[in-house]
Design a protein around this ligand. Structure first.
Ligand code: NAP
Length: 310
């Protein structure tokens, strides 16, 4: 049997890079095909993975997807916020069906447990984006009959604290409108879990829908600010005002996601608050990793400098 060949999208990113590193460590004979649309990232990847094939491919470009999938045995799919998932997953499915070697797709999702497309407020359902896109993607993949395993992250990624660190550094405040219960997960461990699933070659993972969170805490954002204060040895206040959030970081969300980007994410946070009792902990990630996952406090202690450089 030829060695397995694994296609990894977003290979320079915080989920996929740890996935690629784990596969190379655990199974150096597995061939890696690493995807990034950025020439700089491809150059970096080729230096770190001299034996890997490093390519560019775009979910919305059928020819590049056909070339990316050719001859692979597994594909890891992570998509950015606001991708046109209907089109992207239709292209993926069409090309995957023409790839006889492919025996597994592992797809990242980001839905609160037990929420459905119909739960999303009408006003936002047609807009697409984070509120709806993972439901849309799943419907296309489920309908395809392809061998898919879902890794759903019903949690905030721990390194969001780095992305949100501007107000923490400048004003000693954690901004998050609509305080609510939420769980957390280290993105590197989601990547490692995906790698373990792929390397296991165990077909019983196919068709599974795994919720992956750290399994320790369901925290309110006020509790997160208190934890951060203790770890950083500096008082970090919590501010849940939508108006303050809009005035301090709204322009960033408009720049990233268009004119209504700030309004959209406020609606997203409000939706999560409305559904906060769906948030829960499981031991699924622990099972997939074969060890206890990292807690938010441990992650903060290891990454304090990235949140607040000293
Ligand atoms: N942040 C959170 O707390 C959180 C929580 C739960 C779920 N999620 C979900 O998790 C997913 C990943 O989030 P993230 O912040 O890691 O996403 P991201 O970095 O914005 O995107 C993931 C990867 O997709 C690749 N990519 C983007 N557009 C592409 C295209 N058209 N074709 C091929 N590849 C493309 C990018 O790689 P290149 O640019 O290098 O090609 C990137 O590394 C999202 O779907 C999000 O909704 C996030």
């Amino acid at each position: 049997m030829a060695n397995d060949s694994v296609l990894i999208f977003g290979a320079a990113g915080h989920i996929s890079l740890p996935l690629a590193r784990w596969i190379r460590y655990k199974s150096p004979e597995t061939r890696l095909r690493l995807v990034s649309r950025s020439a700089d990232q491809r150059q970096r990847l080729q230096v770190e993975f001299p034996d890997a094939e490093v390519i560019s491919a775009d979910y919305l470009d059928p020819a590049s997807m056909a070339a990316a999938l050719e001859g692979v045995s597994a594909a890891f799919i992570v998509t950015p916020d606001f991708l046109d998932e209907q089109r992207a997953m239709e292209i993926l499915c069409a090309e995957a069906k023409s790839t006889p070697t492919l025996r597994q797709i592992v797809r990242i999702l980001g839905n609160l447990p037990y929420t459905k497309l119909g739960d999303i407020p009408e006003k936002w359902r047609s807009v697409g984006g984070t509120l709806t896109q993972h439901h849309v993607a799943r419907a296309v993949l489920d309908g395809s009959g392809l061998p898919v395993t879902y890794l759903n992250m019903p949690a905030y990624l721990m390194d969001d604290l780095v992305r949100w660190s501007g107000p923490i550094r400048e004003h000693s405040v954690l901004l998050m409108p609509y305080d609510r219960r939420h769980s957390w997960v280290d993105p590197a461990e989601v990547g490692q879990a995906a790698a373990n699933i792929i390397l296991s070659r165990d077909d019983r993972h196919i068709g599974q829908y795994y919720d992956v969170e750290s399994g320790y805490e369901v925290l309110r954002f006020g509790d997160v600010a208190n934890m951060l204060s203790d770890v950083l040895h500096r008082q970090i206040d919590y501010n849940d005002s939508p108006e303050t959030w809009r005035s301090m970081v709204g322009s960033r969300y408009r720049a990233m996601f268009g004119d209504h980007g700030d309004e959209y994410f406020l609606a997203f946070y409000h939706f999560e608050q409305t559904h906060e009792f769906s948030v829960r902990n499981s031991n699924v990630l622990e099972t997939l990793l074969g060890r206890p996952p990292t807690s938010l406090r441990s992650w903060m202690m290891c990454n304090a400098n990235a949140v607040l450089p000293r």
